[in-house]
Design a protein around this ligand. Structure first.
Ligand code: FAD
Length: 343
């Protein structure tokens, strides 16, 4: 049985794992997934409050926008997630949102990471968190992959799904396997940076604003605020509300190397100006998104590139196409196609 390592338990990695299981029923693969984080989701992360794990906030992606071009192409993916209750139409008011004709927006009642968890469950993969891949070597026709736990393992196939700059940080034989032209193209991929603040409240706290989310255009720091439970339509008397704040990209870029606590303070000061009546939260989480959304994708947006054929080493993710749900689906499908022709 071929052993496949997928690096990254974000949307691209989890969907790759689920598709691989579906596409190769007659030739089962042993799928292993490693992620450096403590849980699933990647940039579709859903964070839990310290005081109550049921109080959650989406720190990265906020909702899924279905555009007409993808409604048909990815119909089966949307239907599957809607049928399983993972996605639901966005019905709550979002101020300042530009809604283009023919588009639909969906939220995730259990948080954005529930999309990733849905695919991980379908995949039957062996998942290991806190496994930060650092080096990849070629050994006896297989890949020897090392991680920061100090252990290494051998695989027949490796699929990398992290942001491109994190692929370029890997050491070992992979450095010389990436040829000059590929390296130049990989180095041309760029991402925006921003911060996200999650605010978690005790049950019973009232947040009196008439909207569920709002895009802000006249603040030097804050670009988006969401009363996250309201956005997801899960108002409950047992679970406290939660708020997520996204900074603008210029603020994120300017403060990228700042101390997170100082950045948190700056965001809170601006938030108080926008919503003076906002109660004091029970806990706060500040997330730095160094690689937030792709501003320049890999040339010609191929969805994936093959770095080595025998043994197979491929990389994909939103850096190879565009930053959203549909981009990651396309990337995962393209990785699986490449793998099919290699087996
Ligand atoms: P990632 O989610 O980044 O997954 C890569 C995984 O690899 C991560 O879990 C990471 O921990 C892991 N990793 C990295 N390096 C290593 C290593 N060396 N070893 C092991 N593991 C490693 N999209 C939408 O559709 N709608 C939105 O509203 C939306 N809003 C967004 C708002 C923000 C603030 C951000 C940050 C993103 C948003 N996006 C949105 C974009 C969307 O979240 C991404 O396009 C998508 O999640 C990318 O998924 P991925 O699997 O390709 O990469």
């Amino acid at each position: 049985m071929a052993r496949v390592l997928i690096v990254g338990a974000g949307l691209t990695g989890s969907l790759c794992a689920a598709l691989l299981r579906k596409e190769f029923p007659q030739r089962p693969l042993h799928i292993v997934l490693w992620d450096k984080a403590r849980g699933a989701g990647g940039r579709m992360a859903t964070s839990r409050g310290f005081h109550d794990p049921k109080c959650t906030v989406d720190l990265g992606a906020q909702y899924v926008t279905r555009v007409p071009d993808y409604a048909e192409k990815h119909q089966s993916f949307y239907e599957d997630l809607l049928t399983h209750g993972v996605l639901r139409p966005l019905t709550a008011p979002v101020e300042g949102m530009v809604v283009k004709e023919g588009t639909d927006n969906f939220v995730t009642p259990q948080g954005m990471s529930s999309i990733v968890k849905h695919y991980l469950k379908e995949s039957g993969a062996d998942i290991f968190y806190e496994h930060h891949v650092t080096q990849i070597y070629l050994k006896d026709g297989k890949w020897e992959v090392c991680n920061t736990t100090g252990s290494s393992d051998q695989f027949d196939i490796v699929i990398l799904t992290m942001p491109v700059p994190q692929i370029l940080q890997l050491q070992g034989d992979i450095v010389k396997i990436i040829n000059k032209s590929q390296r130049q193209q990989l180095e041309s991929v760029s991402y925006s940076s921003r911060y996200a603040l999650g605010l978690f409240y005790e049950a019973g706290t009232q947040i009196d604003v008439p909207w569920a989310a709002q895009y802000i255009s006249n603040n030097p720091c804050i670009r988006f605020i969401s009363i996250d439970n309201k956005k997801r339509n899960i108002e409950s008397s047992d679970i406290g509300p939660s708020v997520v704040v996204h900074t603008s990209v210029p603020f994120g870029t300017e403060h990228l190397e700042w101390d997170k606590e100082k950045v948190q303070q700056l965001i809170l000061e601006q938030l108080e100006e926008i919503i003076p009546s906002l109660p004091k939260p029970a806990s706060i989480k500040c997330q730095r998104w160094r690689y937030s959304q792709v501003t320049k994708a890999f040339p010609d947006c191929p969805g994936r590139i093959t770095l080595h054929t025998k043994p197979f080493l491929v990389c994909g993710g939103d850096g190879f196409i565009h930053s959203n749900f549909d981009g990651c689906i396309d990337s995962a499908m393209s990785i699986v196609e490449a793998l099919k022709s290699s087996l």
